[in-house]
Design a protein around this ligand. Structure first.
Ligand code: PLP
Length: 548
């Protein structure tokens, strides 16, 4: 039997005494009372689908929305997200004072524009920009927009070269691992580029495999997306190794294939940590033409900020740059969105000058130390195995190229990567307690307010599901201890319980409608990615599933 809560309440209201509908509280009552004595307290629902003829007083509207928003998860306990949920009081104030500023209004906000230019310059330098090149870049709404721009520039440069050589430009392709975040696949789909989604394996750390790159490049490859910090497991993809594969290919064929590094998270971690990117990953490598990052992830700003930098202006085709003429002057624009939040850029600049290099280093090293502790604690229970590797000691050979931290242990002693803990039930646990579903851990933790997703790794021969915790700045040692205790408590409870299908208990305000929609898509056969045999997957039609 299906129950639609919206229909149910509507029927009860329609069926109730008519006077309730017409005799709503008077405007006087609204003016002189609390939000809970207005017409919205019991007589009428808050308008959801059509704008009401008359509004409601500010206090009332704000309180009603506040109450509804109480149903959201707590951002600090949202351990599923890479996106920042904490900024300092001073940053909050600065941003609030500048909320009204639009980054598109260059002429009106010259000081804001200067801060924007300084951020671009600071980030370009952090990424090894060369003094004999002229790095160029911009703030974006997030990494997704930045990735569209990086991909588009590679596509246009490939088209220009091919046209000049009188060659066909109808079949561009771009390479990425099956672990790619949706933004990368979106670029391919939105800009009509074939996405060559390469199989990942345990051997490649469930990330892009240089050997698969070697097998799948050709003269129509506009570029390779290499991810500094896989969304699934936090592993850094081997940018330098992939660059060498492309060097060899160029030496053989003359085709010069560029790399765009998706440093959505790692772009603000690798420059600061003792571990760095493990191997070279930034503009030190001539083949890396552009890099993106999310200011709103480990740049430590709230949602709404990304960055794209090209190593030299020659890698951003002129054709993609628009000159905007204002009353007072001319500005160049090469972003997808015109209007963008200005306050986020101010928050970024504040962080950069307030924290400085050492401040960012301390925060990133703390995140990694906490992520290591969580990984080791989970493995110590014997119940869990980590798929992420940042808690594995580095071999002497790989550590020797890195500047080791002074004194105590640092990230340089371990495998480099994002502060992400991706874990699953150990083989022994699965054998001992076959009735316990891994997803149930996620569901029971949700009841304690933690948001920790459970999802499948990108398709491989043996299907593996992982639970994933992103350790952000605000995960203190204290919270970490609580989390470990709670994961243990929840798992013990599951072990001692009879088999129950807890997935049925998963709640969401719009669950019924969403479920119906999902069911509908399933029935339409709109699956995600269709992965043929050749080590490469074509993008399928229809709705796309991914992890973020
Ligand atoms: C590797 C990677 N690329 C791109 C994105 C998209 O970034 P944004 O949410 O800033 O658009 C994410 C987000 O998690 C990511 O992890």
């Amino acid at each position: 039997m299906q129950v639609d809560p919206d229909e149910l309440i509507k029927a009860l209201r329609d069926g109730s005494n008519n006077s309730l509908k017409t005799n709503i509280h008077t405007e006087n009552a609204v003016a002189s009372s609390t939000p809970y004595t207005t017409r919205y307290s019991s007589k009428e629902p808050i308008p959801k689908f059509r704008i009401p003829t008359e509004g409601a007083p500010a206090e009332v509207a704000a309180q009603l929305l506040r109450d509804e928003l109480d149903l959201d998860g707590r951002p600090n306990l949202n351990l599923a997200s890479f996106v920042g949920t904490y900024m300092e009081r001073q940053a909050n104030a600065l941003m609030a004072e500048n909320l009204a500023k639009n980054l598109a209004d260059a002429d009106e906000y010259p000081a804001l524009m200067l801060m924007h230019a300084r951020c671009v310059s600071i980030i370009a330098n952090l990424w090894g920009a060369k003094s004999n090149e002229k790095a160029i870049g911009s703030a974006t709404v997030g990494s997704s927009e930045a990735i569209m721009l990086g991909g588009k520039a590679m596509q246009r440069r490939w088209q220009e070269k091919r046209k000049a050589a009188g060659k066909d430009i109808s079949k561009p392709n771009i390479l990425m691992g099956a672990n790619a975040q949706v933004a990368l696949e979106k670029f391919a789909r939105y800009f009509d580029v074939e996405a060559r989604i390469l199989n990942v394996s345990e051997k490649s750390n469930f990330a892009l495999d240089p050997e698969e790159v070697r097998k799948n490049i050709d003269e129509n490859t506009i570029g390779v997306f290499v991810i500094l910090g896989s969304t699934y497991t936090g592993h850094y993809e081997p940018v330098e190794e992939i660059s060498k594969v492309l060097d060899e290919y160029e030496a053989k064929t003359g085709h010069d294939i560029p790399i765009h590094v998706d440093g959505a998270s790692g772009g603000f971690i690798a420059p600061f940590t003792y571990a760095g990117g493990g191997q070279k990953w930034n503009f030190e490598l001539p083949r890396v033409k552009s890099i993106n990052t999310s200011g709103h992830k480990f740049g430590l700003v709230y949602a709404g900020l990304g960055w794209i930098i090209w190593r030299d202006q020659s890698y951003l085709p002129k054709d993609l740059i628009f000159e905007l003429h204002y009353l007072g002057g001319t500005e160049e624009s090469y972003t997808l969105n015109f209007s963008r939040p200005g306050a986020q850029v101010i928050g970024q600049y504040y962080n950069l000058i307030h924290l400085g290099f050492n401040g960012y280093r301390d925060i990133m090293e703390n995140c990694l130390a906490n992520a290591r502790l969580l990984s080791k604690a989970l493995e110590k229970t014997g119940w869990f195995t980590c798929v992420s590797s940042i808690h594995h000691k580095r071999t002497l050979k790989s550590a020797k190229d890195t500047v080791l931290g002074e004194g105590g242990e640092t990230s340089a002693d371990y495998v480099p990567g994002l502060p992400v803990v991706a874990f699953r039930f150990s083989d022994q646990f699965q054998k001992d307690y076959p009735h316990v579903k891994q997803e149930s851990v996620s569901i029971l933790l949700r009841a304690k307010q933690y948001i920790i997703p459970n999802y499948p790794l990108p398709p491989t021969a043996n299907k593996i599901e992982i639970l994933r915790v992103v350790v952000r700045e605000s995960m203190t040692a204290d919270l970490l201890e609580r989390l470990i205790a709670d994961i243990v408590a929840v798992t013990e409870k599951l072990v001692d319980s009879d088999p129950v299908d807890l997935s049925r208990l998963q709640t969401h305000p719009d669950r019924t409608r969403l479920e119906r929609k999902r069911h509908h898509f399933k029935e339409l056969g709109q699956q995600t990615i269709d992965r043929p045999h050749s080590g490469m997957a074509r993008m399928g039609e229809g709705v796309h599933k991914t992890v973020c």
